[in-house]
Design a protein around this ligand. Structure first.
Ligand code: S6P
Ligand code: ZN
Length: 196
């Protein structure tokens, strides 16, 4: 399997989805320095920045054939915390409300899916292997690896989606944070969050 399969194609994903993707040109790695402002414990950020760990990577299978209307990819979030807050994605809105719905399916690991609407409404959904998550276009999404292993999930979305990361940054993230308390993932309010 390559990053540019011709249409139509079939792609076995289980048991090891990564075996069918070429790690290479389409990989995006995000390090702590790419998302450092998102964490509440800035002293912990400072301590970790000398190593600047990779928090997560994602791969998109984006076909050269423009007839492909759906993009899909894998995200792997490594296990770890910054202070007591778990490794997580930057999070974004899909700017196009018309075609911006997205499906996630967890392949391995466990986590939390944080959702926020434009009006600030918040949802938190626990993520487990085999479960499917449908995010409507108007809900921003951030994924948190609150487990002790890699969290690997499949995403499927429209080829013409534009990403809005800025609104998340301006709002100070999502309405809640997921932190480790006595070894247990715990959802707490995010004191930095404010609506535009
Ligand atoms: C794309 C989809 C995922 C994320 C990936 C990284 O619509 O939601 O592939 O891009 O999980 O997250 P982020 O917030 O850094 O793009
Ligand atoms: Zn998305």
């Amino acid at each position: 399997m390559t990053n540019h399969a011709s249409l139509p194609f079939a792609l076995p994903l289980l048991p090891d989805a990564f075996a069918h993707f070429e790690r290479g040109s389409s990989i995006v790695s995000r390090r702590l320095s790419d998302i450092s402002a998102s964490y509440a414990d800035q002293a912990a950020v400072e301590r970790l920045l000398s190593d600047d760990p990779v928090l997560y990577e994602f791969y998109a299978l984006r076909n050269v054939d423009t007839a492909q209307k759906l993009i899909f990819g894998l995200t792997v979030i490594y296990p770890g915390t910054v202070g007591d807050e778990y490794y997580m994605t930057k999070g974004h809105f899909h700017a196009s409300a018309a075609d911006g719905d997205e499906l996630y399916m967890v392949m391995r690991g466990s986590g939390h899916l944080l959702l926020q609407a434009r009006d600030g409404e918040s949802r938190v959904i626990e993520m487990q292997p085999g479960a499917l998550f449908y995010t409507p276009a108007t809900w921003a999404h951030r994924t948190v690896n609150s487990g002790s292993d890699e969290l690997v999930f499949l995403s499927i979305w429209s080829h013409d989606v534009q990403y809005d990361y800025e609104t998340i940054e301006q709002r100070g993230g999502f309405p809640v944070r997921v932190v480790q308390r006595d070894g247990t993932p715990t959802v707490i309010p995010n004191a930095s969050f404010q609506l535009d």
